[in-house]
Design a protein around this ligand. Structure first.
Ligand code: HPA
Length: 279
């Protein structure tokens, strides 16, 4: 058996020995945005460290656990803290939790992150719904022998971010009177923030926001046929766009400031997705 698949199955068995909850939707919370998981109707939590063989996050502000519960009537699994490539894990470990949540039952993958604004029209505190992505700067999690149990060798990538889900997020933001930007997310490896020259490169390539996560996760989710949507919280303008140096503290401070709006946008969107799924 493919060693990546073998590890995934063993993590799945370890989860199922402890939790029988079946989520319909998987939500990944980005840097500083993990607080949302504490405010939902929680059924059970499972620390990543309790799952045999699971890669454990080392970033401050990333709690590192699955939260199982309900948003509206929708059974969800939330990642409170994700695994980043810059932590030194192989890319197959970085996307293992995404694959695991699909195996648990999640059909929809809702990705969130904190990101740097590359588009000159963005401001810190803006929300950007992700419409497409560039993942070419990180290794593909699909490299190596294809895991047929997960998906096909050459998956189509023309609509990673599901159009109907985008429509729901757009309508929810309008109903809540939350201005919503839209654009392309580019993933670089980090952990250093970009140089001004790299930010100009990102803009030249067509990106609107830059971050260190998400695109590889969407790629793995798309491979497995998940319906995907994503929101970037623009925590700062990318390097070189202001004269201030960039710090992780600024990223966290903006996330704290927008947390209440972020919570409404995410929870109302998910409740609406649930209604569309007939839940
Ligand atoms: N660059 C990369 N990742 C980030 C940034 C940034 O400016 N802000 C938050 N995550």
């Amino acid at each position: 058996m493919h060693p990546v698949y073998e590890k995934l199955l063993s993590c799945y068995e370890s989860v199922r020995e402890q939790v029988d909850f079946v989520p319909r939707l998987a939500l990944v919370l980005g840097s500083g945005l993990g607080g949302l998981a504490d405010e939902i109707d929680v059924v059970r939590t499972l620390d990543y460290g309790e799952i045999q063989g699971f890669p454990v996050s080392t970033v401050p502000g990333h709690k590192g656990r699955f939260v199982f519960g309900y948003i509206g009537k929708v059974p969800v699994v939330i990642m409170q803290g994700r695994i980043h490539y810059y932590e030194g894990y192989p890319i197959s470990d970085v996307v293992l939790p995404i694959r695991l949540m699909k195996m648990m039952g999640a059909e929809i993958l809702f990705l969130t992150n904190a990101a740097g604004g590359v588009n000159h029209e963005f401001c810190p505190g803006d929300f950007m719904m992700i419409t497409d992505q560039i993942s070419s700067f990180v290794p593909s999690p699909l490299i190596g022998e294809n895991i047929e149990e997960l998906g096909e060798r050459f998956p189509d990538m023309s609509r990673i971010y599901h159009w109907d889900l985008q429509g729901i997020i757009r309508r929810t933001a309008a109903d809540l009177d939350i201005p919503l930007k839209e654009g392309v997310y580019i993933q670089l490896t980090g952990p250093a923030f970009e140089t001004p020259a790299e930010v100009r490169m990102c803009r030249g390539l067509g990106a609107d926001a830059v971050g260190m996560s998400t695109a590889c996760e969407a790629l793995a989710g798309n491979h497995m046929g998940m319906k995907i949507c994503g929101i970037s919280c623009i925590s700062n303008l990318a390097c070189g766009m202001t004269d201030k140096p960039l710090t992780h503290k600024e990223v966290q401070e903006t996330a704290d400031r927008i947390a209440p709006l972020f919570k409404s946008l995410i929870t109302d969107s998910i409740a609406c997705m649930g209604r569309e799924m007939g839940i």
